[in-house]
Write a protein that binds this ligand. Structure first.
Ligand code: AP5
Length: 218
């Protein structure tokens, strides 16, 4: 199964992708996570990406395309994957299609668009806390950890992401409208787009998602 999870910042792409990846035993490839880890480690990629990420802008296409290509052609992704946060521009989607042609891959099975109104997105992002060690995502009200401030899985101290400040969230939502939304038409034309109403409870969204993908246990 080769999937793209698509949607505005904070709609729940990471939350749903993490669950599906575990249940279906395929890797979740989050370009945002790879970039955040590179920033944390201070690698050349991280140094290049840091300023863009902190201001809510997209990292340049050539940088992100290179790292996505490296991941997707690795052994880890040979049985499929969930792309979380890539592609995010038409140039990235075209590069992905070229990569499929070059490698003889049959291409994507589905592009899942998670849809949530902006007012709800702002509430979700302001309450998000994540574990920098194992990347598990929580919400202080909707999906809290058992012990406040600590990850259920690894015990790590939870943090608020630097780009979840209100002014940066506003910038990220604008960038989504201007640079990423055109992908709806791109994938609709190719018959790949599946829309999932992602409002309401996390478990309900997961059930809807599995149903739309035709997976058992929906
Ligand atoms: P990235 O990390 O991809 O961020 P994003 O797309 O902005 O998405 P988020 O991770 O913020 O949200 P999400 O949809 O995963 O929501 P989540 O599940 O956490 O990218 C960060 C930056 O990296 C970009 O701004 C850019 O600079 C750069 N970048 C990354 N990819 C790039 C690319 N391809 N090209 C160029 N630059 C790139 O959920 C949010 C919160 O809501 C959580 O607290 C969660 O617990 C809660 N929640 C989830 N579902 C529900 C629900 N149903 N009800 C209530 N609460 C819920």
């Amino acid at each position: 199964m080769r999937l793209v999870f698509f949607g505005a910042p904070g709609v729940g792409k990471g939350t749903q992708a993490q669950r599906l990846a575990v249940q279906e035993r395929i890797p979740q490839v989050s370009t945002g996570e790879i970039l955040r880890e590179s920033v944390k480690q201070g690698t050349p990629l991280g140094l290049q990406a840091k300023g863009y990420m902190e201001s809510g802008k997209l990292v340049p296409d050539d940088v992100v395309i290179g790292l996505a290509r490296e991941k997707l052609t690795s052994q880890e992704c040979s049985r499929g994957y969930i792309l979380d946060g890539f592609p995010r521009t038409v140039a990235q989607a075209e590069a992905l299609d070229r990569m499929f042609q070059e490698t003889g891959s049959p291409g994507l099975d589905h592009v899942v668009s998670l849809d949530v109104p902006n007012a709800e997105i702002i509430l979700r992002l302001s309450g998000r806390r994540s574990c920098p060690t194992c990347q598990t995502v929580y919400h202080i009200a909707h999906d809290p950890p058992k012990r406040e401030g600590h990850c259920d899985k690894c015990g790590g101290a939870l943090v608020q992401r630097a780009d979840d400040k209100p002014e940066t969230v506003e910038a990220r939502l604008k960038v989504f409208d201007q640079q990423t939304k055109p992908l709806v038409e791109y994938y609709q034309k190719r018959g790949l787009l599946r829309r999932v109403d992602s409002t309401g409870d996390i478990n309900d969204v997961y059930r809807r998602l599995r149903k739309i993908l035709g997976l058992a246990g929906a």
